[in-house]
Design a binder for this molecule. Structure first.
Ligand code: NAD
Length: 335
């Protein structure tokens, strides 16, 4: 079975490639990634010489290249490639529309032309918008994205749905809550806080710190996608979540406690524009219909993650320079 994984040099995509190569001996994987600021081939050093794995540097909006890849015969597409950071989408939305919406359309057209067994589109709970204090997102919760990032993801979800309805393309859409774990770019909440705490820098917390997210260890997301690839009913959407809601300030304080650092490092900064208050996922469907069960609760996943960032300081220190430093200063007004 031949996979095309898009965005496989990013956080979740690289974890997914390593997970699949370990779990399924007789697969081959093409990783198509443009290596934007978020893509890093160092994530995949452990598999780079595996004959089952091939990397192609390229953009998912490049029709010609995408066609050539599909022409070589693809069974499963697992589509991660995206601009993925909400804050950057508030600074400039254009690349989000290009990659997330138009790139998805290019892949869908190629999948339609050449035929695939399954096209799995990896989306996010953010497409559902924000919740009040109670209730959870279900797969049929109306889409109500509030950020340019989530709007572009919702746009791509709707295209995937439309290609199923119009052309009968065999698709699934997954909508997962916030992931954490190894190889996450240090602009995202948990690695940012770990990296700053280890460097004794301020930990910027938006607004009152009480925004709530559900958190899932990345390997559990990978196992869920693997199940959807092989067992997901065609045309269906699957929510994926950790049943693990935390306020941002709880996360930050957990990091500080684990690292033995002082809470005086916390610095409240001006809230993110349009900041969604709460996300919460009901993952009953994938649990009951596909038998998915997360293996890592937060108490196990967080220390494991923190230990990884402690052991791999050269990985994130190399990233924290140049373009990233410029972005960071602009975003938080902090050094
Ligand atoms: P990431 O930013 O770490 O990785 C994205 C990857 O896509 C990078 O390797 C980048 O180089 C590549 N890419 C970007 N534009 C491209 C293009 N035009 N052509 C080819 N490659 C391109 O993102 P992530 O956190 O790993 O998220 C992966 C997917 O999962 C995204 O679609 C995201 O919306 C979704 N998702 C993420 C989370 C999360 O918590 N991180 C949760 C739910 C869903």
């Amino acid at each position: 079975m031949k996979y095309l994984v898009t965005g496989g040099a990013g956080f979740i995509g690289s974890n997914f490639i390593m997970y699949i190569l370990q779990k399924h001996p007789s697969v081959s994987i093409i990783n198509l990634d443009a290596l934007t600021y978020a893509g890093n081939l160092e994530n995949l050093e452990s598999v780079q010489d595996d004959p089952r794995y091939k990397f192609i540097k390229g953009d998912i909006t490049d029709n010609k290249l995408v066609d050539e890849i599909f022409e070589s015969g693809i069974d499963y597409v697992v589509h991660f490639a995206a601009e993925s950071h909400v804050d950057r989408s508030i600074l400039d939305a254009s690349i989000f529309v290009k990659t997330n919406v138009m790139g998805t359309q290019v892949l869908l057209d190629a999948a339609k032309r050449y035929g695939v067994t399954k096209f799995v589109h990896v989306s996010t709970d953010e497409v559902y918008g924000s919740l009040g204090a109670t209730g959870l997102f279900l797969e049929d919760t109306p889409l109500a994205p509030n950020s340019p990032y989530s709007a572009s993801k919702a746009g791509s979800d709707l295209l995937v749905r439309a290609y199923h309805e119009t052309f009968g393309l065999p698709v699934n859409i997954t909508r997962c809550s916030n992931n954490y774990g190894p190889f996450q770019f240090p602009e995202k909440l948990i690695p940012l806080m770990i990296a700053n705490a280890l460097s004794d820098k301020s930990l910027p917390v938006y607004g009152d710190g009480l925004n709530i997210r559900d958190w899932l260890y990345v390997e559990d997301h990978c196992s869920a996608i693997d199940l959807v690839v092989h067992q997901g009913e065609l045309g269906e959407v699957y929510n994926i979540g950790g049943n693990n809601e935390r306020t941002n300030i709880q996360i930050v304080k957990t990091v500080l406690t684990e690292l033995g650092k002082s809470e005086s490092l916390i610095e409240y900064v001006q809230d993110r524009l349009g900041h969604d208050r709460r996300y919460g996922i009901d993952a009953t469907k994938i649990t009951q219909q596909l038998g998915w069960k997360p293996q890592f609760d937060f108490e196990k996943g967080m220390p494991k993650t923190i230990q990884w960032y402690l052991d791999n300081q050269s990985w994130w220190k190399r990233i924290q320079s140049g373009e990233y430093e410029e972005y960071y200063t602009k975003q938080y007004g902090l050094r």
